[in-house]
Design a protein around this ligand. Structure first.
Ligand code: CUA
Length: 164
């Protein structure tokens, strides 16, 4: 006596189901490798600010944007994006520094990408975008606005100088 399976699945469909499951496993492994081995980070924007007062309120770190040294080799930098510049335009740190970026906008949506690093964030007014990078090699690392923000968009850039 033979029992009939409850659901009949076409062999081709079975193959594709196996391929789909295999892809899921591959993607999960890739996310793990990117996050834990390659140090990929998601830009976090858990802090909210008022874009109307963020540049003027004396209690706001963006009323005086720039670099702060927390400990030897450990820095944080507050960057204000606005049409059409980044304040500050230039940041200098010694090689080997760990730098945490806090970027916000006081007007429209901008982007913030640092060449030759994993840092590439969307800058939305009212939110603070944060990422950390270790600058292991001396040199100049330009940063640019990556989201079209008006006629001066192409002029929105600056650079990080990593000194030997
Ligand atoms: Cu700011 Cu494009």
């Amino acid at each position: 006596m033979t029992t009939k399976p409850i659901i009949e699945i076409d062999p081709y469909e079975k193959t594709w189901m196996r391929i789909s499951l295999g892809l899921l496993v591959v993607f999960i492994i890739m996310v793990g490798v990117a996050g834990y081995a390659l140090g990929f980070q998601l830009p976090a924007s858990e802090t909210r600010v008022n874009p109307q007062t963020v540049a003027t309120d004396p209690n706001s770190p963006w009323s005086n944007p720039g670099l702060r040294e927390l400990a030897p080799g450990k820095y944080e930098v507050y960057i204000l994006a606005q049409i059409w510049l980044f304040n500050p335009r230039e940041i200098t740190v010694p090689v080997g520094s760990t730098v945490t970026f806090y970027v916000t906008s006081k007007d429209v949506q901008h982007g913030f990408k640092i060449q030759d690093t994993n840092i590439n964030m969307q800058i939305i007014p009212g939110y603070v975008s944060t990422l950390t990078h270790v600058f292991d090699k001396p040199g100049e690392y330009p940063y640019i606005c990556t989201e079209y923000c008006g006629s001066g968009h192409a002029a929105m850039f600056g650079k990080i100088i990593v000194e030997p």
